[in-house]
Design a protein around this ligand. Structure first.
Ligand code: NAP
Length: 281
C-alpha cells in the first residue's frame, strides 16, 4: 500500500453512489506496482454538490478524477476544456488537472474501441445492433459509426432515446417486434442497457436465432449476465464489460501520470476485487 506523505498525488472518482466502484482496486494496485506516490480515493458526490466538488479538484490540487453515474454529462459545464470524444459523446468520465485547468476526456470510448481491437472484431460493412440508447450506448455507437458499418440498428425501451441516437449515428431506431428479424442478420450485438446487472434479470434479447459468427459485447461488468451465458453456450465470441472497464482505466491512468499502465496488474486487481466480493461486484 502506498505510504501517504506530503508529496502524495491524489486521484479518485466522483459518483453517487460510489461504494461499489472497482476503480480504486485497479489504480492503487498499479501505483503500488510502479512504486508511484499516488493514491486513488472514492468521493461520494451528491448531484447538487457537483460544482463544489469540481472546484475542490482545483482547490485541493487533485491530479485528476474519474466521473461516474450520475455526473458524466452534467460535469461538462464546470470544466475548462474537452477532448474530441468527450465533446462528440457529450459525456466525461475522466478529468485531468493541468495546473488548475480542468480538461474532460471520455475514456469509455477508448475502452470500447480497444476491446474491439483486442478481440479482433470487424465492424466495417457489418450489421450492428445496439441495445440501449443512454450514455454508454452513445460512446459505443460513436466508435462503431467511425468504422463504417453496413448498418446500425438501435433499440431502447424509450423510443425517443432510440430515435435521438439513431439520428446522431445515422442509424435506424427499431421496435422490439422487429428484433428477432434483425438478429438473424446481426454481426455485432452490443448490450448497453442495465438489463443483466441484477441476478434474475432476463437477457434483453433472445439470441437463439442469431448467426454462429455473431459477436456479443455486453457492457455490464458487475456479474456474468444471462446474455453472456447464452453466448458461451452457443459457442459465440463475446466480451463482457470488464475489458472496457479495464481499458478506460488504463487510458485514465496514462492521462494522469503520463506513465505506461501495468495492464496485467490492473486486470488481476479487478478480478481479485470481484472474487473478494463473492463473484458479483
Ligand atoms: P443509461 O444512461 O441509464 O442508459 C441505459 C438505457 O437502456 C436507458 O435508456 C434505459 O431506458 C434503456 N433500457 C433499460 N432496460 C432496457 C431493455 N431491457 N431494453 C432496451 N433498453 C433498455 O445507462 P448507461 O450509463 O448508458 O449504462 C448502460 C450499461 O452500460 C450499464 O449496465 C453500465 O454498467 C454499463 N457500462 C459499462 C461500462 C464499462 O466500462 N464496461 C461503462 C459505462 C457503462 P430507461 O432509462 O427508460 O430505463
Amino acid at each position: 500500500m502506498t505510504r501517504i506523505n506530503g508529496k502524495t498525488k491524489i486521484v479518485g472518482i466522483f459518483g453517487w453512489p460510489v461504494e461499489h466502484t472497482l476503480s480504486p482496486a485497479m489504480h492503487n494496485a498499479a501505483f503500488d506496482r510502479l512504486k508511484m506516490n499516488y493514491v486513488y480515493v472514492p468521493f461520494p458526490v451528491e448531484s447538487g454538490r457537483l460544482g463544489e466538488a469540481v472546484n475542490a479538484i482545483r482547490a485541493l490540487g487533485l491530479a485528476g478524477v474519474n466521473v461516474t453515474v450520475p455526473h458524466k454529462e452534467k460535469v461538462m459545464k464546470f470544466l475548462d476544456g474537452l477532448d474530441g470524444y468527450a465533446r462528440k459523446i457529450g459525456a466525461v468520465n475522466t478529468i485531468i488537472n493541468k495546473g488548475g485547468r480542468l480538461i474532460g476526456f471520455n475514456t469509455d470510448a477508448y475502452g470500447f474501441k480497444k476491446t474491439l481491437i483486442e478481440k479482433k472484431v470487424v465492424v466495417k460493412k457489418k450489421v450492428v445492433l445496439i441495445l440501449g440508447a443512454g450514455g454508454a450506448a452513445k460512446a459505443a455507437g460513436i466508435c462503431i459509426a467511425e468504422k463504417n458499418p453496413e448498418k446500425i440498428y438501435i433499440y431502447d425501451i424509450d423510443k425517443k432515446k432510440s430515435k435521438a441516437l439513431a439520428v446522431a449515428l445515422n442509424g435506424t431506431a427499431v421496435e422490439k417486434t422487429s428484433l428477432t428479424d434483425i438478429l438473424k442478420n446481426t454481426d455485432v450485438l452490443i448490450n448497453a442497457t442495465p438489463a443483466g446487472m441484477r441476478p434474475g434479470d432476463k437477457p434483453p434479447v433472445e439470441i437463439s436465432i442469431c448467426k454462429k459468427t455473431m459477436f456479443v459485447y455486453d457492457l455490464i461488468y458487475n456479474r456474468e449476465t444471462e446474455l453472456i451465458k447464452e453466448a458461451k453456450a452457443k459457442g459465440l465470441k463475446f466480451s463482457d464489460g470488464l475489458d472496457m472497464l479495464l481499458y478506460q482505466g488504463i487510458r485514465a491512468f496514462e492521462l494522469w501520470t503520463r506513465k505506461k499502465a501495468p495492464v496485467e496488474v490492473m486486470k488481476h486487481a479487478i478480478l481479485n476485487e470481484i472474487k473478494g466480493r463473492g463473484g458479483d461486484a
